[in-house]
Design a protein around this ligand. Structure first.
Ligand SMILES: Nc1ncnc2c1ncn2[C@@H]1O[C@H](COP(=O)(O)O)[C@@H](OP(=O)(O)O)[C@H]1O
Ligand SMILES: [Mg+2]
Ligand SMILES: [Mg+2]
Ligand SMILES: [Mg+2]
Length: 309
C-alpha cells in the first residue's frame, strides 16, 4: 500500500480519521433501528448500543494496525475479536498527503496513548439532539494532547446533502477538514453543559459576565462552537469530564490557536497512568480570547470547591 512508510504518528492520525468516520455510520445506523439499548453507568451517565459498538470498531481497528500502542476508551475493555465489518484498515489518504512535523517523525509507540470517546454527547443522542454528537479520538505524546480527530456524524453539508464531517488537528501542522471562524468581537458568548449543571458550574459562568450562554451537549461539540466562531469560551466548573472527553478537543483547538486547560489555567496530562476525571473542570478559549484573563475571573469559592474534590 502507498504511504505505509509514513511516520507512526501520521498513520495513527490517518487511521483515526477513517475509523471515526465508520463509527459515525454505526451511530447513525443504530439510531435508525430505534433500539438504543440504554444502560445507566451512573447518575446522568447513560451508555447506548452506539457507544459500545462505535468503541469496538475504533479500538479493534486501531489495535489491529498499532498493537503496541496503549489505547484507552470510555467504555472500558472491549472485545477485540469483532466482526470483520467493524474493522477499518484503510488509512485516510488525503491526510497522508501532509508532511509530518519534524518533532513527531520519530515518536516511539511507548510514548503514545490514544484516548477514545466513541460517542460524546450520549445524553443528547438519547434525547434526539443529534447535532451535539461527536466521535473523539485523541493522541497524546507522553503528557501532552498532540493530535486529535473530531467527527460529527449528523453534520449536513449544505451543498451536497452528505452527512458527517471530520475535523483533525495536529500540533505543528494545524487543522484540516474545516476553516475556523472568529466569534463576533462585540459579544462574549460562553458555551457550557446542557445536561450536567450544578451550583458551582453556574457560579463560574456568572463570573465570566457573558452576553449570551449556549447550553449544548458534549465536549467535542462545544469546542467545535469555538472553532466555528459561535462562542468565545467553553466554561465547565465540574469534575464530570474525563481524559477521553478533552484529549482530542484540546489537540484540535490548540492546533487552531486556541487553548484548553483546567479552570486554573493548567494543562491536563494524558499519559497512560493518569486518573480519568478532569477534577479541575474545563476552560477553553478560541484564538481571539485571552485565556489568562478568563482564568483570573474564576472566583475563590469556585476554585476552592473544585480543589476540594
Ligand atoms: N456529572 C457528570 N457525570 C458523568 N459524566 C459527565 C458529567 N459531566 C460531564 N460528563 C461527561 O462529559 C462529557 C461532556 O458533558 P456535557 O455534555 O455535560 O458538557 C459527556 O461525555 P459522554 O457523553 O461521552 O459520556 C458527559 O458524560
Ligand atoms: Mg459517556
Ligand atoms: Mg464524552
Ligand atoms: Mg462518550
Amino acid at each position: 500500500m502507498a504511504f505505509t512508510s509514513a511516520p507512526l504518528m501520521m498513520r495513527i492520525m490517518a487511521s483515526s480519521i477513517s475509523s471515526a468516520r465508520r463509527a459515525g455510520v454505526i451511530i447513525r445506523d443504530i439510531m435508525k433501528t430505534g433500539e438504543l439499548g440504554i444502560v445507566d453507568k451512573g447518575k446522568d451517565d447513560p451508555q447506548t448500543e452506539a457507544d459500545r459498538t462505535a468503541q469496538q470498531c475504533i479500538v479493534a481497528s486501531l489495535t489491529k494496525l498499532f498493537p503496541s500502542v496503549k489505547i484507552i476508551g470510555e467504555e472500558g475493555a472491549c472485545e477485540l475479536n469483532v466482526a470483520k465489518e467493524l474493522i477499518v484498515t484503510e488509512l485516510d489518504t488525503e491526510f497522508l498527503k501532509n508532511k509530518c512535523p519534524d518533532e513527531w517523525s520519530n515518536v516511539p509507540a511507548e510514548d503514545l496513548v490514544i484516548w477514545v470517546d466513541p460517542l460524546d454527547g450520549t445524553s443528547e443522542y438519547t434525547q434526539g439532539f443529534v447535532d451535539h454528537v461527536t466521535v473523539l479520538i485523541g493522541i497524546a505524546v507522553k503528557n501532552a494532547a498532540v493530535g486529535g480527530v473530531i467527527h460529527q456524524p449528523y453534520y449536513k453539508n449544505s451543498s451536497t446533502g452528505e452527512l458527517g464531517r471530520t475535523i483533525w488537528g495536529l500540533r505543528g501542522l494545524g487543522i484540516g477538514g474545516f476553516t475556523p471562524k472568529d466569534a463576533p468581537s462585540d459579544k462574549f458568548i460562553v458555551t457550557t453543559t446542557r445536561s450536567h449543571s450544578n451550583a458551582t458550574v453556574q457560579c463560574a459562568l456568572d463570573a465570566m459576565q457573558p452576553t449570551e450562554v449556549l447550553r449544548v451537549g458534549g465536549a467535542g461539540y462545544k469546542v467545535l462552537q469555538l472553532l466555528e466562531g459561535k462562542a468565545h469560551a467553553y466554561v465547565f466548573a465540574s469534575a464530570g469530564c474525563k481524559k477521553w472527553d478533552t484529549c482530542a478537543p484540546e489537540a484540535v483547538l490548540e492546533a487552531a490557536g486556541g487553548t484548553l486547560t483546567d479552570m486554573l489555567g493548567q494543562h491536563y496530562v494524558y499519559h497512560k497512568d493518569v486518573e480519568f476525571p478532569n477534577r479541575l473542570g474545563v476552560l477553553a478559549t478560541s484564538r481571539t480570547e485571552s485565556h489568562t484573563k478568563l482564568v483570573e475571573r474564576i472566583p475563590h469559592n469556585v476554585r476552592e470547591a473544585m480543589q476540594s474534590k
